[in-house]
Design a protein around this ligand. Structure first.
Ligand code: GLN
Length: 546
């Protein structure tokens, strides 16, 4: 039978509720429990697919093609769960379902209301994850307690808790305990207010996780316990850590999982944290730096590239290197702008993106990497633009472009496969989710993956136009990954280059800290090699100059 942990947040947003949920999940898994984590998002968008990355950060894509909240990325990176559409529910989606039912006449003339119809639909979405294979379902409610829009979700979990047997559901509330420098004191008042707010809607937290800069003194824990109506050992410090992958160990130190097991009446099976400890040791070990440039459009909004950043860090762990990221705005590389800053990095990555802004700067960047032997990794848009650079500057197809950026380019290298994609409606037009891809033997892709067939997640509208395969491969571009039906080009690479690869899919969604994605591992490894050559070269020039 599936038990529940409902995770809510108070005081402020961005306290790391997603990471807290993921870490509790990881700790339960380390005790042999099978878990799932679900995110309930109070916004009205049906999914985050159409939301600007500037506002909402990355759109995380699941195997089954759902465009979801980026917290699902944390869940997958921290635990063994495979995320799907079922793991993310928004207000918009809930209302869409209820309204469809209402139009169909399912409510038999009853007045359709937030309680019970909306809340019933939320409960149904939560209970959909109940299964004999899931011991604990962790449900994170987005937003902050006190927001108007999260009320139906909170009401639904309040009701749900009553529906399951006592001991089968608990509420964990994450709050903030600020340190006031002038008073040299940690302050509990915001937490008290937040819990008061929660209790006023009928939810009594079982555990309070207090995000804070330093450990909570016992006295303060006791005070919070007293005012918030929980036992002192249910008040836990969620102390800042220097790396997110240390959160599970920190929680374990504070016996968060032991307390959860007791409250949920689960056997306190022995916990095995070996892999988290090893990871933490790698993070703390001295690691040589490697400088990676990310050239793109949303460079001031790292949340838009959450999974990408994590995947690069994972490759840093697997290569025992300290990956340093340089965010470069591609518009700065347009026309005849100076590209020499690109020679100061060890590898260049162009990530996914939409819209024309900065595209010419990206194409110049790719050309520079290609001509100067700088390892290059192009993801989705980064792959499409690598094909355009090759078409324009090597195959000399002047005017080669993507139909995303020009209505009718002379050479339509990247285009929309109209017969395959229904193009009319926003949010319904993309190739989304996992697709298999065959890799050509003996190629960089094949070597790097060590497999002949792979599965990767997609999120894009445009594709490489296969008409140009003969001319570009004649000019030296290798097509090394294809969809099994031969319809889609998935990977391109260059032979006479230290490391140059573009993929149409998003490998960053399938990397985890214990098992870096092979492409990211390979790219970072090549960048490390490039760095040592670069440094040797600089040293020899230096010597000559002496
Ligand atoms: N804009 C391109 C497309 O829609 C690339 C998308 C992406 O990089 N995710 O095909």
């Amino acid at each position: 039978m599936t038990k529940y942990i409902f995770v809510t947040g108070g005081v402020l947003s961005s306290l790391g509720k997603g990471l807290a949920a993921a870490s509790i999940g990881a700790l339960l898994e380390s005790r042999g429990y099978r878990i799932s984590i679900q995110k309930l998002d109070p916004y009205i968008n049906v999914d985050p697919g159409t939301m600007s990355p500037f506002q909402h950060g990355e759109v995380y894509v699941t195997d089954d093609g759902a465009e979801t909240d980026l917290d699902l990325g944390h869940y997958e990176r921290f635990t063994a769960m495979i995320a799907s559409q079922k793991h993310n529910m928004t207000t918009g989606r809930v209302y869409q379902k209820v309204i469809t039912k209402e139009r169909r006449g399912d409510y038999l003339g009853n007045t359709v209301q937030v309680i019970p119809h909306i809340t019933d639909e939320i409960k149904a979405a939560v209970r959909k994850l109940e299964s004999p294979d899931i011991d604990v379902s962790i449900v994170e409610i987005g937003g902050t307690v006190g927001d108007i829009e999260s009320l139906p979700f909170l009401e639904a979990i309040r009701q749900l808790r009553l529906e399951v047997e006592p001991g089968n559901a608990i509420n964990v509330h994450l709050t903030y305990v600020p340190y006031l420098k002038s008073a040299r004191e940690l302050k509990s008042k915001p937490t008290q207010h937040s819990v008061k707010e929660l209790r006023s809607i009928g939810i009594q937290p079982d555990m309070i996780l207090c995000r804070c800069e330093m450990e909570l003194p016992d006295q303060l824990r006791e005070k919070i316990a007293l005012f918030c109506n929980v036992p002192p050992n249910a008040v836990k410090a969620a102390v800042d850590v220097d790396n997110i992958y240390k959160v599970p160990l920190k929680f374990a130190q504070h016996n968060v999982d032991t307390a959860v097991c007791r409250m949920l009446r689960l056997d306190e099976r022995k916990s095995d944290l070996t892999r988290w400890k090893k990871l933490s040791a790698v993070i703390d070990s001295p690691r040589e730096p490697v400088e990676i440039a990310i050239v793109g459009k949303y460079v001031d909004y790292p949340d838009s590239y959450k999974s990408l950043i994590e995947a690069l860090y994972h490759a840093g762990f697997s290569n025992r290197a300290d990956v340093k990221l340089h965010w470069l705005e591609s518009t700065k590389f347009e026309k005849d702008a100076d590209l020499s800053s690109l020679d100061k990095v060890d590898g260049i990555l162009i990530p996914g993106g939409f819209g024309v802004r900065g595209v010419e700067g990206m194409i110049r960047t790719i050309r520079h990497a290609r001509e100067n032997g700088i390892p290059y990794f192009g993801i989705c848009l980064g792959m499409q633009l690598a094909c355009i650079d090759y078409a324009r500057n090597v195959a000399l197809l002047e005017g080669a472009h993507s139909s995303e950026f020009e209505d009718d380019p002379t050479y339509k290298i990247i285009y929309k496969l109209r017969e395959l994609v229904d193009i009319d409606e926003m949010g319904g037009t993309m190739r989304l989710g996992a697709y298999t891809c065959d890799l050509k033997e003996g190629t960089l892709a094949h070597q790097t993956y060590g497999a002949a067939q792979i599965s990767e997640r997609h999120r894009h509208r445009y594709e490489f136009n296969k008409e140009f395969m003969p001319i570009l491969s004649g000019a030296g571009l290798q097509f090394t990954g294809m969809s099994p039906d031969g319809l889609f080009v998935e990977i391109v690479e260059l032979k006479d280059h230290p490391w140059f690869l573009g993929c149409q899919f998003h490998p960053e969604f399938k990397s985890d800290p214990f098992d870096a994605h092979p492409l990211f591992h390979g790219f970072v490894k090549a960048s490390i090699r490039n760095r040592s050559l670069r440094l040797q070269h600089a040293e020899s020039i230096g010597k000559e100059m002496v």
